[in-house]
Design a protein around this ligand. Structure first.
Ligand code: PLP
Length: 434
């Protein structure tokens, strides 16, 4: 479910007409729905009711400060992967003592910042990293709380660039070496063993890989509880969302209408499958969802610049590009693209939907069917709330897009469009060229 729908012929986010947002703030602009984020967060925690659950939103999927504050208000903490993200968690006024610090390349400075901020735990990816944490904590005269990330070698059946739980991926320690890694950890005086972690990949649309991975790791978890007194098990993130039928999936009844074998994952199905496995452990459970919480809570608004016809193909050229939303170019991702003003009397158009960047890869969709639209009209990319703005760049000297948060009938700019001046603010022409 999400809160994007047509009111009459005009696409709304909650009670806000998106064309009004596009006119007021220009395009490209990301728009997020606070109610969708709240619903997703609540549904997910309810799905594991009866367990001691802490949601740690994977900040890398969307790190806008307003969204982080919204998550903190909802009781969520964060899965953090850099010093910058730790500082964002602090800047949003959240309680870092509930958040975790992950990632394969943590620097000494980042470790120090995490310890000073009172991080809940480090999610350790290797033995050299453990030695470094021990060293940094020792210098500070503190004990670093840690969990080791185990790699269960499970196929997540997702795009190869977002699978993380196979033995060939760079993440975590293989399951069969995990116990030895924990034993090694006990030799480090300045670390305290707190838990165990896994994360098998992203955009999983079926519960079975989660079940397989949790089932594979449970014997280790039980052993760690008995031998090392761990208090929590983080089962990672990775719950997938609907991309192909995104708009319709927001309508009541859509999920129930899907054939049972094709029904995309729901938090209820996820919870129902995992609760019986997790409950007997008697541990605190951490979840690290990113995409599931924000993906369908955001759209990217764009303006049509040109309709270039003929020569065997039509091209709909927009004012947004791969620098704003890289997923199609990077992962061959599908985003549903819909007009802000729907007009069923118009003819259909089949076109490649592209951006202005000088790269053939700057293509959002090939041979896409939509209603005929022309210069100055607006489109929305659905399901753009996760790994959208967060992955944006300034390629072709295009300033970063604006971001807007909607709540009911209120909306506010939560990230102003980047100015040219701020884009070049850190650049210098050296004296020897003057
Ligand atoms: C990326 C990541 C997540 C979030 O993944 P989603 O698919 O967005 O839910 C969670 N945990 C870790 C360790 C990650 O790297």
């Amino acid at each position: 479910m999400h809160h994007f729908h047509y009111v009459g012929q005009d696409l709304h986010c909650e009670s806000v007409d998106l064309a009004a947002v596009a006119k007021l703030y220009g395009t490209p602009t990301y728009v997020y729905s606070a109610a969708t984020i709240a619903d997703n967060t609540t549904r997910l925690s309810e799905s594991l009711k009866g367990l001691d659950v802490q949601i740690c939103f994977a900040m890398k999927s969307n790190s806008n400060l307003a969204l982080l504050k919204h998550f903190a208000n909802l009781g969520a903490a964060f899965d953090l992967v850099s010093g910058g993200e730790i500082r964002r968690a602090i800047a949003a006024g959240s309680d870092v003592r509930k958040s975790v610090f992950a990632g394969v390349g943590k620097t000494e400075a980042e470790m120090k910042l995490a310890l000073e901020s009172g991080i809940f735990a480090f999610h350790v990816e290797s033995e050299p990293e453990l030695a470094r944490i021990n060293h940094v904590a020792g210098k500070m005269g503190v004990k670093a709380p840690i969990a080791i990330r185990v790699n269960p070698d499970v196929d997540a059946h997702t795009h190869h660039k977002i699978t993380t739980g196979k033995s060939e991926n760079k993440f975590g320690i293989p399951l069969k070496y995990a116990l030895a890694a924990y034993e090694a950890a006990t030799k480090f005086k300045n670390v305290a063993i707190k838990g165990v972690q896994m994360h098998i990949g992203s955009q999983l649309t079926d519960v079975s890989p989660f079940v397989e991975a949790v089932t594979k790791v449970i014997p280790l978890v039980e052993e760690l509880k008995a031998n090392f007194g761990i208090s929590y098990f983080s089962i990672g993130g990775g719950i997938g969302i609907v991309y192909r039928d995104a708009l319709a999936s927001g309508q009541p009844g859509w999920w129930q209408a899907q054939p049972a074998d094709k029904r995309p994952i729901t938090p209820e199905a996820y919870g129902a499958a995992l609760l019986p496995l997790l409950k007997p452990l008697g541990l605190k459970i951490l979840l690290e969802p990113g995409r599931f919480l924000v993906g369908n809570a955001g759209v990217l608004l764009a303006r049509v610049e040109y309709l270039k016809r003929g020569h065997g193909r039509n091209f709909l050229i927009l004012d947004t590009a791969m620098n704003d939303l890289v997923r199609p170019a990077m992962y061959d991702s599908y985003h549903e693209i819909v007009p802000l003003h729907r007009d069923t009397t118009r003819r259909a158009l089949t076109a490649d939907i592209v951006g202005p960047i000088c790269e053939s890869g700057d293509c959002f969709a090939k041979d896409r069917q939509l209603q005929e639209v022309g210069e100055g009209e607006y489109l929305a990319f659905m399901s753009a709330g996760a790994y959208g703005f967060a992955m944006a760049s300034r390629y072709n000297s295009r300033p970063l897009a604006a971001e807007v948060l909607v709540k009911g009938s209120n909306f506010e700019l939560v990230n102003a469009r980047e100015s040219f001046e701020s884009m070049i603010a850190n650049e210098r022409i050296p004296a020897f060229l003057k």
